[in-house]
Design a protein around this ligand. Structure first.
Ligand code: GLA
Length: 723
């Protein structure tokens, strides 16, 4: 619910458990409060301008002191606020100065889509547009806030319009800012690398600025577009949390600055380092959406808010609420070394073991026998598939399975026909050879003709090969930022225009083929973000398929994103990335936390392992109802304790739950571990195996874990309400 109090010029956005309050003071829009939900009675005093000796209208000589301390809702630089700015603008004289003054607002039902960008959607929502004006630069800045019914999140975005007669250049347009008094916070972020995505990190705030960012043109393995201020005492169940997550897949920055008065200003948006945008008279610029969550009940509550928001109001595909086919992918089975006979052996064995979709990964096009060539040549390699994709697809479907295919549409190899025909289509700067990564270059997706070409190629293959699924990969960062098409003063727009091009192609493909199931990927989880979720209901979360490494990666991923979005496969051991051997059952139990599948040569499994597959799939289908739609509770973290991991998925009605327990390291001569469950109904009775328990006992006193033998042993326990 969103209210405006005319007398105090105060805006109040209420979600079930939080209030977000802003007010106008002396023309400036101030951030008054964000936190646990407040009643409406007398809250205007919180902005505390009347006791300030510096209010500009009564004290012109100390305007700078005012601006440097005022909790600006959307800060601007050059006039006296020396903290992190939200917006920097260069005017026609090459000067940088902005002053944003409240102009008007409108409150409305529902929510507008963001042109060309992913955004949350849904009618059961209230929105507020606040218009600020910059008189000197003739700019209109619209801050948009939306709150969905029943969800403790505020969705924010920003639009800038040039209302003047001269062009201006935006050098920075952040999507969100909040100002919180430091009552003892830490910063929580996620860092990583290839095969080590989403490791959770906490650190002190301290005076000065902490930030995480990506300048790679993808949201990145290295830093996730997420930051939270968490109370020092905050854990899964208690403490305050203020969290940001960005609905964007390109370069970003998120910073938290603790200023002289111990306030923390946290801002998030497109990274200004490789960004500038020229606005001609009448033009607008739309900055992406950011999700802001407040939880008074710890990190677990933040997680469940994000899961509900993304499942109900971000993911759009028809596959959103459909049971996903259990797939088998040939990457770790064959890499580039396959032919039709090999693939058909895998297909036959997979179908016989109840696997539902076959995905042909990299290496089916051009003459791609390694990762050195052929990207861009999306024509089948007849040496490997003499009768084309059509024949393979026909055979796969005859076996009762669906058929999926790998693409890396944004890339081009120097060794390709496409590069010979269009060397100017790559991203490169004048007079310098662009740097290769994985022997490949990046196509200039800011160019319409490039996007059109890819749309035509991919559409033809989707139709002729009757594709049910596409794995859309992206395997290198952007460098050498130059576009042949953009004029000199617009080269700074390339990074963002590239992202808009990628989004537009995903939008066109998914609209033209609504039944197509799209899974995004970027060398594993390099672009696992909320922006991508808008187009694909599922994202491959890491190339690291080692079940033990996955415990850490999946803990981080599931902290923000629902299990129905997290691609997780059972692979072969010794694991190709770590060389570690983990029992087959544990590999499956860990993959059950996400969208389940296999990535191995099923023809080489021994009979004992193969025999487990149909049962694992049957279990997956049983778990799916709960894992896909229920609530996630983290009980114990191997990342923290180094010995074991435990989490639960609980149905919304609390009638059914699954608890996964992994004993990473066996401890000799130890007592059975007792773990406190969560998310159950304290009043209900539950059955686990042959035993009956009270919900309160399971949660407050705990359950004894089964006595497992060996390292990496695991179990999934079914917990059912007893009526
Ligand atoms: C990336 C992906 C892998 C696989 C390879 C193919 O690394 O993350 O899953 O598709 O590319 O080259």
């Amino acid at each position: 619910m969103i209210k405006y109090y005319e007398k105090e010029q105060l805006f109040k956005i209420d979600t079930p458990d939080s209030s977000y309050v802003m007010a106008v003071a002396d023309g400036f829009l101030g951030h008054v409060y964000y936190g646990k939900r407040l009643s409406d009675y007398n809250i205007g005093y919180l902005l505390r301008t009347e006791d300030s000796p510096f209010v500009p209208s009564v004290n012109r000589r100390d305007r700078v002191s005012f601006l440097d301390a005022f909790p600006m809702e959307y800060s601007f630089g050059g006039t006296g606020d020396f903290r992190e700015t939200c917006m920097d603008v260069i005017n026609g004289n090459g000067q940088k100065n902005t002053e944003l003054i409240y102009d008007s607002h409108v409150i409305y039902k529902g929510k507008k889509a963001l042109e060309g960008l992913p955004s949350t959607w849904g009618e059961d929502c209230d929105s507020l547009d606040i218009v600020l004006k910059d008189a000197a630069n003739d700019l209109e800045v619209t801050l948009t806030y939306s709150a969905f019914e029943g969800i403790d999140a505020v969705i924010k975005s920003v639009k800038v319009k040039n209302c003047g007669a001269h062009p201006v250049t935006l050098e920075k347009v952040m999507s969100t800012s909040i100002d919180v008094e430091d009552t003892g916070f830490e910063i929580m972020t996620m860092h990583g690398s290839w095969a080590r995505e989403n490791h959770i990190q906490r650190r002190d705030v301290g005076y000065g600025t902490c930030f995480v960012d990506s300048r790679r043109g993808i949201s990145s393995h290295q830093n996730h577009p997420f930051m939270a201020l968490v109370g020092k005492n905050a854990d899964q169940k208690q403490g305050e949390v203020y969290a940001y997550n960005f609905i964007y897949s390109g370069s970003f920055i998120c910073s938290a600055e603790k200023s002289q008065f111990a306030h923390i200003r946290m801002v998030m948006g497109i990274h200004p380092a490789d960004f500038s945008w020229t606005l001609e008279p009448g033009d607008t610029f739309q900055a992406p959406e950011a999700v802001v969550v407040y939880s008074s009940e710890g990190i677990g509550c933040m997680t469940r808010t994000l899961h509900d928001l993304y499942r109900k109001h971000l993911i759009r595909s028809v596959w959103k609420d459909r049971e996903r086919p259990v797939l088998i992918n040939n990457w770790e089975a064959t890499y580039f070394d396959f032919n039709i006979d090999k693939l058909l052996q895998i297909v036959k064995e997979a179908a016989a073991n109840k696997i539902e979709m076959f995905v042909l990964d990299d290496g089916w096009f051009g003459h791609r026998d390694s990762d050195n060539s052929s990207l861009g040549d999306w024509f089948v390699d007849k040496r490997k598939l003499p009768d084309g994709l059509e024949k393979l697809s026909e055979e796969v479907k005859k076996s009762g399975m669906k058929f999926g295919l790998w693409f890396e549409p944004e890339m081009i190899s120097e060794d390709s026909e496409l590069y010979k025909a269009h060397p100017d289509w790559v991203i490169a700067t004048e007079g310098k050879e662009p740097a290769l990564a994985r022997e490949q270059l990046v196509l200039d997706f800011s160019r319409q003709e490039v996007v059109d070409y890819l749309f035509d190629r991919m559409s033809e293959i989707i139709e002729t090969a009757k594709l049910d699924y596409i794995k859309w990969d992206m395997n290198r960062p952007l460098t050498d930022l130059g576009s042949k098409m953009l004029p000199a003063n617009r080269q700074g727009e390339l990074m963002h225009r590239y992202m808009l091009g990628v989004y537009s192609l995903q939008e066109r493909i998914t609209s033209a083929f609504p039944e197509l199931f799209l899974e995004n990927c970027s060398s594993g989880g390099g672009r696992f973000d909320a922006g991508m979720l808008y187009y694909s209901p599922q994202i491959w979360c890491s190339d690291d398929t080692d079940a033990i490494e996955r415990l850490v990666i999946q803990e981080g991923t599931l902290m923000l994103y629902p299990s129905s979005a997290m691609g997780a496969h059972v692979s072969i051991c010794p694991n190709h990335t770590t060389g570690r051997t983990v029992p087959f059952a544990t590999r499956a139990n860990v993959a059950e936390a996400g969208t389940f599948g296999y990535e191995l040569d099923i023809t080489k499994l021994d009979d004992e392992e193969k025999a487990q597959i149909p049962k694992q799939i049957e279990n997956h289908k049983k778990y799916y109802e709960v894992t896909a739609y229920g609530d996630y509770y983290r009980l114990a973290s191997y990342r923290e304790n180094g010995k074991y991991d435990a989490y639960m998925m609980v149905s919304k009605d609390k009638k059914k739950a699954y608890l996964t327990y992994v004993q990473v390291q066996a401890v000799p001569n130890s007592k059975r571990r007792r773990i406190k469950l969560d998310g159950l109904d304290a009043e209900k009775r539950y059955r686990i195996g042959d035993m009956l328990y009270a919900g309160d006992t399971l949660m407050y006193a705990g359950l004894l874990m089964p006595d497992l033998y060996g390292d990496a042993a695991s179990v999934i326990l079914e917990i059912t309400e007893e009526v």
